[in-house]
Design a protein around this ligand. Structure first.
Ligand SMILES: [Zn+2]
Length: 55
């Protein structure tokens, strides 16, 4: 999971949601603060963790 720095504050996004935000990421110049593989982290958008997206 990556922590993105956005104009509206920091948010965690999973790989799937990152695809949906690609355009916004580019337009608003989001950047990755850091990346962490931590099962407890939840995506701010879909609410899933990195470990349960395969379901
Ligand atoms: Zn997500």
């Amino acid at each position: 999971m990556k922590l993105w720095v956005t104009p509206k504050g920091d948010r965690w996004l999973c790989a799937e949601c990152q695809k949906q935000y690609e355009k916004q990421i580019e337009e608003e110049k989001w950047r990755v603060a850091f990346e962490k593989w931590e099962p407890m982290l939840r995506c701010s958008d879909c609410g899933h963790s990195d470990l349960d997206v395969l379901d």
